[in-house]
Design a protein around this ligand. Structure first.
Ligand code: NDP
Length: 434
């Protein structure tokens, strides 16, 4: 904490992982001798830079850009870019740290990193977004490469921004190295199924978790927070597998329909029209209600999937879910549940799938996008989704088995942290003190 002041999100992420690792460290004195914990908590490289750009009024604006290259023991640094006013070094470090273990869990050759800027894309014109992305890449291009560091999207960075970023990269470097970013459009090297991968993957993880505990998803009531990329595809897959999605939200409020929401309409409003979820009730044929205050977690459900942002589900929310007899909670977002909420779920024996395992489908598909780019191949949608499902099955199994091995059966937080850490630790040991 003294070494990294004013980075509460980073402290929270590290504390959660370190709390899990005690039995693993006790089993592996060689990890202790090599000071692996101390080394893993220190990013290999952190880049902070100025991003100057000119707005539509001709005024100069200045933002701060970040790229934290956290750990490359298993492969090139890999992780998204987030454009949001809340982005600061602590947030990028928390995301980068989580990414190391998540990427390790996929079993694919990718290290961990994360980046972004404190730029708010909301309300910006297309021209402003383009000038911002070009300025951002004019600095970032020095540090990235298909074998070095491969950024992707995150909150505020979608296919459009990835296109603008790659366009500038290509122009500056004179290299059509499309494996340098992922989350691309299909026409120039994108992977089929990437958009769907995180949300679908989280539901596949949920399905495995329920199956391992002799429970079924079919017929269950699901609440999903957010209506962004992760949330809408989680809803889509949950409905496809026979569940009923009864509530979803955006940053202004939530909609609730006990008979189930029309996911196509949610997608139309939020993804296509870029509108607000408050408009859902008047456009739906059902009996949906919109709430601008109160918590979405008050809505009774069997499964809760927080898919919006960090620390969106606190202790009171967890208690409300437990009182309503929630059966499983799966994190689609990164660190959406506070430590107190996770503890409450654990005390109440609610099945809990942590983000670093459950939302790893997106980065797994990104690694497969890199694989396709390197081989100059393009996989079909069905094949890609089959591969995704297989990866999620393996992630679940490895968390499950690791927890069992340490007599913590059903503790997926422990299983994910321990399994991810061991992968990275063994590679770091092999490389010596670097
Ligand atoms: P998007 O920007 O597409 O969507 C975020 C959604 O969350 C929006 O609907 C937004 O509402 C809503 N939201 C933001 N803040 C709040 C809040 N405080 N309360 C309620 N709703 C809120 O992001 P993604 O879906 O891509 O990412 C969501 C989370 O998943 C993030 O934590 C991200 O890091 C993580 N993640 C994403 C992956 C991906 O592949 N996209 C991969 C792995 C993790 P509004 O529409 O009002 O802005």
């Amino acid at each position: 904490i003294e070494r990294n002041p004013n980075e509460p999100e980073f402290h929270q992420a590290v504390t959660e992982v370190l709390n899990s690792l005690e039995p693993v460290m006790a089993d592996h004195p060689e990890y202790q001798d090599a000071k692996l914990i101390e080394r893993i908590c220190e990013p290999e490289r952190q880049i902070l830079f100025r991003v100057p750009w000119v707005d539509d009024q001709g005024e100069v604006q200045i933002n701060r850009g970040f790229r934290v290259e956290f750990n490359s023991a298993l492969g090139p640094f890999k992780g998204g870019l987030r454009f949001h006013p809340s982005v600061n070094l602590g947030v990028v470090k928390f995301l980068g740290f989580e990414q190391i273990f998540k990427n390790a869990l996929t079993g694919l050759p990718i290290g961990g990193g994360k980046g972004g800027a404190d730029f708010d894309p909301k309300g910006k014109s297309d021209g402003e977004i383009m000038r911002f992305c070009q300025s951002f890449m004019t600095e970032l291009y020095r540090y990235i490469g298909a074998d070095t560091d491969v950024p992707a999207g995150d909150i505020g960075v979608g296919q459009r921004e990835i296109g603008l970023l790659f366009g500038q990269y290509k122009r500056i470097t004179n290299r059509y190295e499309n494996g340098v970013v992922t989350g691309k459009q299909l026409q120039w090297g994108g992977a089929r199924g990437r958009q769907e991968a995180t949300g679908y993957g989280a539901v596949y993880f949920l399905q495995e978790m329920l199956g391992a505990h002799r429970k079924k998803l079919k017929g269950k009531k699901v609440v999903v927070s957010g209506t962004g990329n992760v949330a809408v595809f989680a809803m889509e897959k949950a409905v496809e597998l026979g569940a009923k999605v009864v509530a979803c939200s955006d940053s202004d409020g939530y909609v609730h329909d006990a008979n189930g929401l029309d996911v196509e309409l949610v997608k139309q409003i939020k993804q296509v029209e870029k509108g607000r979820i408050r408009d859902y009730p008047k456009r739906s044929k059902g009996k949906a209600e919109y709430q601008s205050d109160g918590s979405i977690w008050q809505v009774a459900c069997d499964v809760a999937m927080p898919c919006a942002t960090q620390n969106e589900l606190g202790e009171d929310d967890a208690q409300a879910l437990i009182d309503n007899k929630v059966m499983a909670v799966v994190e689609g977002a990164n660190m959406p549940c506070t430590p107190e909420a996770i503890q409450a779920f654990s005390d109440a024996k609610v099945l809990f799938g942590p983000g670093k395992a459950a939302n790893a489908g997106g980065v797994a598909m990104s690694a497969m996008e890199m694989q396709q780019n390197a081989a100059r191949e393009s996989w079909s949608f069905d094949y890609s989704i089959e591969q995704l499902q297989q990866v999620m099955r393996e992630i679940h199994q490895s968390c499950f088995d690791t927890a069992k091995q340490y007599d913590r059966k059903g503790d997926y937080v422990f299983g994910a942290n321990a399994a991810g850490f061991r992968q990275v630790a063994d590679a770091m040991l092999a490389f010596g003190v670097i």
